[in-house]
Design a protein around this ligand. Structure first.
Ligand code: ADP
Ligand code: ELE
Length: 340
């Protein structure tokens, strides 16, 4: 039966406040506003590629919640599943972000405790969502947040899995939300239900204490859990303004690895959200008609590379732009000239 959604994702949406220009958090007088949130970045990115997506989240029932809803809706993402917190202390989480400049690292300051999202419950959503989607996505961030987030995420993973949806999960380790040990113990509980697993090499080593080559590590996840694919992004930071980005995907059933030449010398405008846009592209590649793991690699890498070139957490690239970049990336004769 045709599903109403390709992807439903559960996660918090926050306002990201960043000093304008080259200012720092301790200097400057104005802050630029962007919308952030790992799972939101995935569904909005996938929606721009033409997928049917919706976000499961709890917003304050005030102007800030309406602002976030408008931005999300502008990407074509369905906002009809959002629920609202009407309490007088309802709030949207905030995070402050300051760019790095060698040798100074970027800074993230969270102000998200007691946000409306942390009150989210399974009972906030109708039972028919569980059969309405091909895929459910969430991340370690949602498991790490306080309140009822972890309980809701775990219950939802079980319910979506039982209803036959593919479960997509990104570790997205955040050291200022939980420890590596807590993350490992919690994520190991849900991995038996996950189909598409996204985990960077560093995180596999630091959080899951894996050893050996990246391919050995990816294969070991596939041996321990009934995963379909294990995806690992590979970013090389040459300088804050110059990265290269590629990825490797392991097809567990075929015991085969897929990758392509990385995108070299990406002109970094804003790297935040590029990991999430990789997932948007990879899920599009997997779940779209004639989907394949190679398509997941190509769309994942291109969508992530493009996100890195624009300000804000969310991607803005539609299918045409992503496909143009894929074509140019494959064309070894391509010279970087103006698109005419
Ligand atoms: N247990 C840990 N302790 C400290 N840092 C960690 C730990 N696990 C992962 N990290 C770091 O956290 C960051 C997570 O980044 P991200 O790209 O979102 O990866 P992933 O989604 O695979 O966790 C990486 O820079 C990684 O090196
Ligand atoms: O930290 C959080 O809680 C957030 O959700 C904020 C960001 O939007 C994502 O973290 C971006 O994630 P990357 O794509 O890995 O850069």
């Amino acid at each position: 039966m045709e599903k109403r959604y390709d992807i439903l994702a559960l996660g918090e949406v926050m306002l990201r406040l960043s000093p304008s220009g080259e200012n720092r958090l301790v200097t400057g007088k104005s802050l630029d506003v962007h919308l952030g949130g790992a799972e939101m970045n995935v569904v909005t990115g996938a929606s721009l590629l033409g997928m049917k997506t919706a976000l499961l989240s709890k917003f304050p029932g005030n102007e800030i919640g309406s602002y976030a809803k408008r931005i999300i809706a502008s990407t074509g993402t369905d906002t009809s599943q959002l629920v609202y917190d009407r309490e007088s202390d309802a709030r949207m989480g905030l995070y402050y972000f300051e760019n790095g400049a060698l040798p100074r690292k970027p800074t993230v300051v969270y102000d998200r405790k007691y946000s409306s999202f942390t009150k989210i419950q399974v009972e906030d959503f109708p039972e028919d969502i569980y059969t309405a989607t091909k895929c459910f996505h969430t991340t370690g961030i949602t498991l790490a947040l306080g309140g009822s987030c972890r309980e809701t995420a775990v219950k939802m993973i079980k319910k979506f899995k039982t209803a036959g949806a593919k479960i997509s999960f990104d570790v997205n380790f955040r050291g200022n939300l939980w420890s590596g040990k807590e993350a490992r113990e919690c994520i190991e509980e849900i991995l038996p239900m996950v189909d598409y697993f996204f985990c960077s090499e560093d995180t596999a080593r630091l959080t899951f204490l894996k050893e050996g080559s990246l391919e050995e590590i990816m294969r070991s996840f596939g041996q321990e859990y009934p995963l379909t694919m294990v995806c690992s992004t590979q970013r090389v930071v040459h300088s804050p303004k110059c990265h290269s980005f590629g990825s490797k995907i392991y097809d567990v059933k075929k015991d085969r690895f897929y990758e392509e030449l990385p995108y070299e010398k990406i002109n970094v405008v804003d790297r935040i959200g590029s990991g999430d846009c990789y997932i948007a592209g990879a899920l599009y590649g997997m779940l779209s008609e004639e989907g394949s793991i190679m398509k997941a690699v190509e769309y994942g890498n291109a969508t992530a590379a493009l996100k890195t070139t624009v300000a804000g957490d969310m991607g803005v690239s539609d299918k045409n732009e992503v496909e143009l970049i894929i074509k140019q990336h494959k064309d070894t004769k391509h010279n970087f000239e103006m698109n005419r």
